[in-house]
Design a binder for this molecule. Structure first.
Ligand SMILES: [Zn+2]
Length: 114
């Protein structure tokens, strides 16, 4: 289950951050998960709950923000919703496009108990 290793690396980042700021206990951890990152939010949340026991993140909630796929056309600058595979720019027909979001897998914020 690759969500387990992802949850583990997110947790490592969170614990580092918490230690740096002298935080004792965490309430909520926000993560951004891109549609292209092949992570299943439910299993990520499940794995999170498994591994946070006996860490400063124990009892915290993992708030997952799913980031949809979006792209941009280099030829005309159009922004494109790529939730369906798009091979040509709907505006100008160019195939010169880049993926601008949807590959994220990162900690967005950490909320502490206060
Ligand atoms: Zn275009």
């Amino acid at each position: 289950m690759h969500e387990l290793s992802i949850a583990q690396s997110l947790l490592d980042i969170v614990i580092d951050e918490a230690a740096r700021h002298g935080v004792q206990s965490l309430k909520r951890v926000g993560v951004k998960v891109g549609a292209f990152s092949a992570v299943v939010p439910d299993s990520l949340r499940f794995c999170w709950d498994l591994i946070i026991e006996d860490t400063p993140a124990a009892g915290s909630e993992l708030a997952i923000e799913e980031v949809p796929l979006r792209g941009r056309c280099h030829a005309c600058g159009a922004r494109i919703d790529m939730s369906d595979p798009v091979f040509e720019c709907p505006e100008c027909g160019s195939a010169d496009m880049e993926l601008t979001q949807g590959q994220e897998l990162m900690v967005a914020y950490i909320e502490t108990e206060d």
